[in-house]
Design a binder for this molecule. Structure first.
Ligand code: SF4
Length: 460
């Protein structure tokens, strides 16, 4: 039985630490501003977004053809391709490949798909050691926490948290918060792990149909180490990672790093087109509830996501409630729409974790209509009778009032007169959740309708 998630409750826990909420907000806004500068540095930015949208939408409409083309070309390069219908099958395939080679220790670079499939606990339950090698991922792994952001997995932590974790797990000096010192300590430990590992697992940013190769983008080079030092490389990807041609790749690499961190390009954009000498390379292609998106006119564009994280960095809710409040492998606006489409009951609060400001859709490099999707989810939840009764009743009352213009005008008139006279304790009562952290603006003297009519008179 699935556990119902409760975003408002989790967000409440996050914002209870006011200081943390503010630095989290500030840290992500800093990344958003870097993205703005980087996007404005190339005049063809909007054109690139349009190309990306078109390429992705075309690819998704012809996914069967491109996936088979990819498989044929990958096979020709000596790569073994496997197909998994769900997370369980994916984990079993990966485990089988590893156990056939007698693997005991695996180094893994960042892959949201393997997080989605819960690969680490699965392999660990079979007696294998799995080391996450991206620095942020390693930090959260040592703390036994899930990532809170898809690009910045440890963004919810301060230097002091990392220092305490490294002191406990890696034996670094207590109280030494110097990021260079801490990074060097992690690097020294990871170097040993790379040298001792029997296999490397990577994610896939892009899989190119007409070459049969895959591309992995990192800033730390950890995917390259993991895929090159051990003789066995397994790359795990969702079916949506396909791009048709090598020429299409440049559109996405130019958009990805700028949208994610404001860099012109990730430090490493590595192409894997076959096994290392004397080694083996496998690619596991996973569906895991992706194909239903292709049939949905409202939500299919969610599959176009290239996992840049820009929608999280700009989202006022994500920035102030933290990634863990979403209780889903991918947080933020894209996580809210993906999760609600997959399991509306479990994630029914997530489409309300949105102000409908539309900032996410504005920054999305592949032009996913995120805010419209979240709005549509709310209507679908109502159809499925999954809206909380208090919310449903208040919406029904509001709809009733708004459908009666005379009553609406009258109530507005009364409110404009009465609200300024009411004692504060009555306005900011327990029922007024919105007013908990903000003041209601001063009541205007006239309604919008009155002002509009006056404006029309002026024009005449
Ligand atoms: S939905 Fe768009 S902005 Fe959000 S992570 Fe995906 S590609 Fe980036």
């Amino acid at each position: 039985m699935s556990v119902l998630h409760n975003h408002p409750q989790k967000a409440k826990e996050f914002v209870a630490n006011d200081e943390r909420m503010h630095w989290h907000d500030t840290a992500l806004w800093f990344v958003r501003e870097k993205r703005d500068k980087a996007s404005k540095s190339i005049p063809e930015w909007e054109q690139l977004r349009t190309f990306a949208d078109k390429i992705k939408s075309h690819t998704m409409a012809n996914l069967d053809k491109y996936l088979l083309e990819f498989e044929k070309n990958a096979n020709a390069k000596g790569i073994k391709v496997h197909w998994a219908k769900d997370a369980q099958e994916h984990n079993e395939i990966v485990h089988k490949i590893l156990s056939q080679k007698g693997v005991k220790k695996v180094v893994k670079s960042k892959s949201m798909l393997t997080e989605e499939c819960h690969l680490n606990p699965f392999l660990e339950s079979k007696g294998m050691e799995v080391i996450d090698t991206d620095l942020g991922e390693r930090i959260v792994q040592l703390r036994k926490e899930p990532p809170s952001h898809i690009v910045l997995p440890a963004i919810h932590l301060k230097k002091s948290d990392v220092s305490d974790t490294f002191h406990e797990k890696l034996g670094t000096e207590k109280g030494n918060y110097d990021p260079t010192y801490l990074t060097r300590a992690a690097r020294a430990a990871l170097r040993e792990d790379f040298l001792n590992a029997d296999a490397g697992i990577t994610g896939v940013n892009f899989a190119i149909a007409n070459t049969g190769g895959v591309v992995v983008c990192t800033n730390e080079g950890n995917a390259d180490m993991g895929a090159s030092l051990p003789k066995l490389h397994i790359a795990c990807m969702g079916i949506e990672k396909i791009v048709p041609r090598l020429e299409d790749l440049g559109v996405f690499t130019r958009l990805l790093a700028r949208s994610a961190t404001g860099q012109a390009i990730t430090s490493y954009t590595s192409h894997f087109h076959g096994p290392v000498e004397g080694g083996e390379m496998h690619i596991v292609i996973v569906d895991n509830k992706r194909t239903p998106f292709l049939q949905s006119s409202s939500y299919k564009k969610a599959l176009n996501c290239i996992r840049c994280g820009a929608c999280m960095n700009t989202c006022p809710i994500y920035r102030r409630s933290g990634g863990h409040s979403y209780d889903y492998v991918i947080p933020g606006p894209i996580g809210s729409t993906l999760s609600t489409f997959r399991d509306a009951k479990t994630h029914k609060t997530l489409s309300f974790a949105c102000t409908l400001c539309g900032s996410c859709s504005n920054v999305c490099p592949v032009k996913i209509d995120l805010d419209s999707q979240l709005y549509t989810h709310r209507q679908d939840l109502r159809e499925k009778d999954l809206i909380d009764s208090k919310k449903k009743i208040s919406m029904q009352i509001t709809a009733w009032i708004m459908s009666k213009p005379k009553l609406f005008d009258f109530m507005g008139k009364v409110a404009r007169k009465i609200v300024p006279l009411l004692p504060r304790a009555i306005i900011y009562n327990k029922m007024n959740v919105w007013g908990k952290q903000r003041d209601i603006p001063n009541m205007p003297k006239k309604s919008f309708k009155d002002l509009y009519k006056e404006g029309l008179q002026d024009v005449k």
